[in-house]
Design a protein around this ligand. Sequence first.
Ligand code: KIV
Ligand code: NA
Length: 265
Amino acid sequence: IKRITTHTLQEMKRKGEKIACLTSYDYSMAKIVDSAGVELILVGDSASNVMAGHETTLPITLDNMIYHAQAVVKGVKRALVVVDLPFGSYQGNSEEALRSAIRIMKESGGHAVKLEGGIEIKESIERILSAGIPVMGHLGLTPQSIYKFGTYVVRAKEEEEAEQLMANAKMLNDVGCFGMVLEKIPAALAKKVTESVAIPTIGIGAGNGCDGQILVVHDMLGINKDFSPRFLRRYADLHTIMTEAVMNYTKDVKSSDFPNEKESY
Ligand code: KIV
Ligand code: NA
């Protein structure tokens, strides 16, 4: 199997081929997601919500992220594995950012890191890039800043924030990021950004004009029933399938149907 690299993704943009991305947080899921053919697997700090049950992405630690990334890397043969730098591991200064990125690369075996933000983290991005670590940007609704925004509504609907986002996208492109996530912004703006940068844009709630799409894997598989934003398409109802399986197992244990003779030694 030929591995996907940051260069593969840039080439895909050039050729107009769409890039399929999903998150994963553990070995078994990553193995399925990778062999099904996505190009990029994000070990997202959404693990804070999906895996640990926190309300926001803020509590997850760098050690937690490395643990998830190690497991994902073991399950992946083809996709590019990108790991989120969690809240508090890069905002302080560029040296701290570099140290966090190096820990992720060294200890997890991931292939790249992702950071939320624009001009305010430019120095950190440059420092990580100069160490040879590929960086993905993330603009629009950046969940690590949820307490600044106060709400999860669409970002950059007003001209001022849209212009700021456009400038930040150009900055990410110019400093040498290999791609960027655009989260929950108007489709027209995402399309404009996509056309104005050479690097691939990966959208989530950012319309069809992006170079690729990403979703949280538990959301698109319908494992999580309590999260239904407009941008989410559910490709399965695993919540129902898993609930029925567990109910049937419980019934069979209680009725002594399980295990039967063939299932015993
Ligand atoms: O953490 C995450 O899952 C993400 C994606 C939704 C882009 O950052
Ligand atoms: Na994230």
